[in-house]
Design a protein around this ligand. Sequence first.
Ligand SMILES: [Zn+2]
Length: 408
Amino acid sequence: MLLGLAIAAAATTLSAQQRPAAPPSPLAPDPNIKTLVSRLDLEKYKATIKGLTQFGDRRQGTKRNRDAVDWIEAQLKSYGCANVERIVYQYTTRPPQGGGGQGRGGQKPPDPIIASGEVREGPGGSRYRGTTRRTGVNNDPMLQPDEKLRALNTEPATDGERQEVYCTKVGATRPDEMYIVAGHMDGHGWGEAANDDGSGTALVMELARIFSMPDVVTDRSIRFALWNNEETGTNGARAYIEQRQALQGKENPPGSGRYPEPKWLGMIQHDMMMWDHGMPRADGTWNPEQRPEADVNIEFQSTAKKADEAMKLAFHFRYANEIYATDYPAAVGPHMTNTDSGPFMDIVPAISLRENERGMHTGAGWNPTWHQPIDVYKTFSDKDFRLGLNAAQTTFAGVAQLTNARLK
Ligand SMILES: [Zn+2]
């Protein structure tokens, strides 16, 4: 008590002139970035998700998936996003491997609670606690009550050629370096893949739209990538790495000032952005409403070769959220897993943004729509869509800072 008083007394003896100037508040927004972030709009974000749901669950290896790639490409072109390009690769189904998790179809839909109170190991180094529910991929068409949607989702996947699309904001002074902003456009489960991963795909498309506006300048480049084949094991992201890793930072043709594959500075993945309703209740039911304390979960993987840099990148986005997101905060965790940032994480700092932590939340059955027939647009409320919009604000602001984005 006495000591505290003494310190307080000493502090007051420092006059205003003796004190060093206060550093700028870390919470002060950059007016340029604030203006740009305000161009993100809930109704536009919803409309882009709605547009993606016209192709059903967008299962890889089907016409509905190819049609969705064409549609995404047309949108990116309409935004004026530069150099819209495709990766072409082959996909062959691997023979089924044992075990559960998010494997291929044939698994039962979620059934009543399977554990309560015990701590179990989850994916990515996570721990399950409290009430958990079984997860899996619905493969039963009859669980989709909407006959039109059921018919749309009927064609099965066929092995063969696959394509995925990306476009690029070319940096004004550092076109040879880029951040990759990504989501996966394929889905499954006989719904509309509205949340998994229409919500992440639409987020990436919305960022591409705004960064491509003619009055926006960045120093560094930004690539917007919509991976295919995530649900079969991140095959689309792996194909990209295989085909393009060695091209990084090379000017082509020499002397042209063009860099078809800028050097990778970071990879920011978005996978399931809208549903944070909390843990299943003790009776196995879920809160039907977004919980008020919902947040954006930013994850890096502590076992990655680039873990330290990825952790810094994750906190960079968390700070961006504090300054620029309008409704929901962000949290950082060390157990990123099961998404397209995984194949990048030993090469470049890689993080994922999600509605929940993939391990201890999603893996424990916190999202009843996951890979299920109810992952359709109409399941989600504006509070859900708004969480996705806040993730978009977070990534937009974080990337805008990293690339020095500004208005002309
Ligand atoms: Zn996903």
